[in-house]
Design a binder for this molecule. Structure first.
Ligand code: PMP
Length: 337
């Protein structure tokens, strides 16, 4: 019989899938590391597991303890899953702009979700940073992973994602491309790949236009999970050889192509990373091997990047794209191009 005791035992060892039509005309293979195959649905399961186990080993998280983190997304799901496996409670703090669906996902895993107003300064007592600090101070046995400063975040990639890629490509990987949020993925995976290849592997960061990593001043962008307006300590500035800035429009167009042409329903930061990877790959000889990491699945973005009216409201699609019954019938009898 082949089984595991718990879904949390399935974190990591995600597959590599070669990109097809979106990489047409490119000589080198472009391979996607598809992180939605993790049991919580994203790359963040990796950091959740390692941060929790390190906190246990250090005595910072004890039986009956509570994990408190200001997060609304993938990190929350990963932490909630590991907490359930290990018997901890979870409290997540998120701003009120976070969708009801996202909060419900965290509650479904058994976490408590505290919602804070978005329209207050970070040092206001009701801001989600301040509220999470207060909860950590007042809940007995509370522990805050702090993914933006916890070195076990990049280490989960140094000891996991990096070695997996080296093994999966038989040491032939030449370029690694990933988006940068906390910077954990690119710093940890990149450091491992550079060390193991004696500096041969090139590391390319993908960043939304406007974010600090590509020289922006923190101008807003719509792609989620990547880009920052500050420099987190989980990001190692010495790892990236190059940073490619990608617009929201290009990121979302590629995200939709990945679903439509590669049958991979993924999030907007995946489209962004693929745009950067293809720009890099286009310049490379056929013996190069490019790997691009796709952090999460697309189910969490059905109301945004996969919603034609949302896309049209930002000018990413012409307002007429949604097909009516009439459109479909006209197409069928050949009266439309
Ligand atoms: N994409 C998504 C959807 C994410 O949630 C994250 C994590 N914030 C990233 C990309 C970036 O990963 P990292 O934090 O490791 O830089």
């Amino acid at each position: 019989m082949h089984y595991v005791e718990h879904v949390a035992d399935l974190v990591g060892n995600t597959p590599l899938v070669r990109l097809g039509t979106v990489a047409e005309g490119i000589a080198a293979p472009v391979l996607a590391k598809v992180e939605y195959f993790n049991p919580g649905g994203s790359v963040k399961d990796r950091i959740a597991l390692r941060m929790v186990e390190a906190a246990e080993a250090a005595g910072e998280l004890r039986p009956g303890g509570t994990i408190v983190e200001p997060t609304s997304g993938n990190t929350g799901v990963g932490l909630a899953m590991i907490a359930q496996r290990k018997g901890y409670k979870c409290v997540f703090v998120c701003p009120d702009k976070v969708s009801e669906d996202k909060r419900n996902v965290l509650r479904a895993y058994g976490a408590d979700v505290v919602v804070c107003p978005t329209a207050v300064d970070p040092d206001h007592p009701d801001s989600y940073y301040q509220v999470s600090d207060r909860l950590v101070g007042e809940i007995e046995g509370a522990w805050k992973p702090n993914q933006y400063a916890n070195q076990h975040n990049p280490e989960s990639h140094y000891f996991g994602t990096g070695p997996e890629l080296w093994e999966q490509t038989d040491g032939r990987i030449t370029h690694f491309v990933a988006g940068i949020g906390t910077g954990g993925t690119i710093s940890g995976t990149g450091r491992y790949l550079k060390e193991v290849s004696d500096g041969r592997v090139q590391v390319i960061g993908a960043d939304p236009e406007g974010s600090v990593y590509s020289g922006g001043g923190g101008r807003p962008y719509l792609v989620e999970g990547v880009g920052e307006d500050f420099w987190p300590t989980t990001y190692d500035k010495n790892i990236c050889d190059r940073i490619v800035a990608v617009s929201d429009a290009d990121s979302f167009a590629m995200t939709r192509r990945l679903a439509r042409e590669e049958a991979m329903l993924v999030g907007g930061s995946c489209g962004m990373a693929v745009v950067a990877a293809l720009r890099v790959a286009r310049e490379l000889p056929p013996d190069a091997v490019v790997v691009v990491l796709l952090p999460d699945g697309g189910r969490g973005y059905l109301g945004k990047v996969f919603n034609d009216s949302w896309m049209a409201s930002y000018g990413f699609l012409p307002p007429t794209e949604g097909a009516t019954v009439g459109d479909v019938l006209r197409r069928k009898d050949g009266s439309m191009p």
